[in-house]
Design a protein around this ligand. Sequence first.
Ligand code: ADP
Ligand code: MG
Length: 359
Amino acid sequence: YEPPAPAPIRRLQESLINRIAAGEIIHRPASALKELLENSLDAGATSIRVTVKDGGLKYLQIQDNGCGIRKSDLPILAERFTTSKLSTFSDLSRLTTYGFRGEALASISHVAHLSVTTKTRTTTCAYKAHYSDGKLVPAQPGQTEEPKPCAGNDGTSITIENLFFNTPTRLAALRNTSEEYSRILDVMNKYAIHNPSVAFTCKKAGSASPDLSTPSGSSTKHAIKIIYGRTIEKDLLETRVKEDSKKTEESWSADIHFTNANYQAKKMMFLLFINSRLVESQRIKRALENVYTGILPKGASPFIYLSLKIDPRSVDVNVHPTKKEVHFLNEEEITTRICDVVQEKIAEKSHSRVFEYQT
Ligand code: ADP
Ligand code: MG
């Protein structure tokens, strides 16, 4: 056997490196949307409106009424590792914002046409800027790339067009636009439930009626009812578990909304937020599923929304943005306690119902 002659090692082109890196953060329209939603929430928005064409592949726009972006920051807005949220390493453990890596807008600009219209409270007009490969570019060839003054409301509107136009294999894998749209809607629904004080709408471009519409200043329970329907609401229980400890790292609290023994869905709905981040944990999900196997008939599943607040130092926020599966300190203990409380509450309710019937 003769090994082949070694090929020469060459440095990849900068633009190719960036495109590959961007593809690891932005998998599909819904992952771009999640980043943009988090930016709007970080900006203090109380209203977030999303418009979608072709499952977000052709067009994805998100409009918020948050703090806006200063005109002087626009030139570096879409550069990699530029952020207004983190300046020192120790800030990482005290983080109260979703973002901190400054990678989202940069990534999007490498795999799509990105434009931003934004206005802060202190300027009289809005500014519009276009980005490609991390940099400001002219709206039309021959024009200047300088952000252009224009009319606009306070806040920021971000438009992504032709997502993955320059990565044809990725694009080919995402042909099913209705599947992509339902993923977008799913992310929006979950954030709307977790942020009931914020008004959310999501619609397809050209459609008169939105597929999601929640008012601002609402409650978690009301948001669940609007999004998942009345049938869930009448079977919904809620509870708060709080564990205080002298050693601060061990203090935590959980807000849980969960269905009782009467509610039977085909598929389990499990919404998990840890320190307000939408994450996944197969361990917690399975533990809760087990609680219900003793309560629901075979094949029936519950709805559970769990918002867990733990000390930021006991969860590694530095995980890659796409690593949704999280682990944290005292995970087992916390999970067991939550499951016990959920089980107790469901049992309590079914007993009191039996009691009501008897009297
Ligand atoms: P990160 O959120 O990690 O800081 P991003 O690439 O998502 O990185 O955003 C870069 C910066 O752009 C943010 O730090 C923020 O200052 C600004 N920004 C992005 N979106 C918005 C928005 N909707 N409103 C106000 N500022 C925004
Ligand atoms: Mg961000």
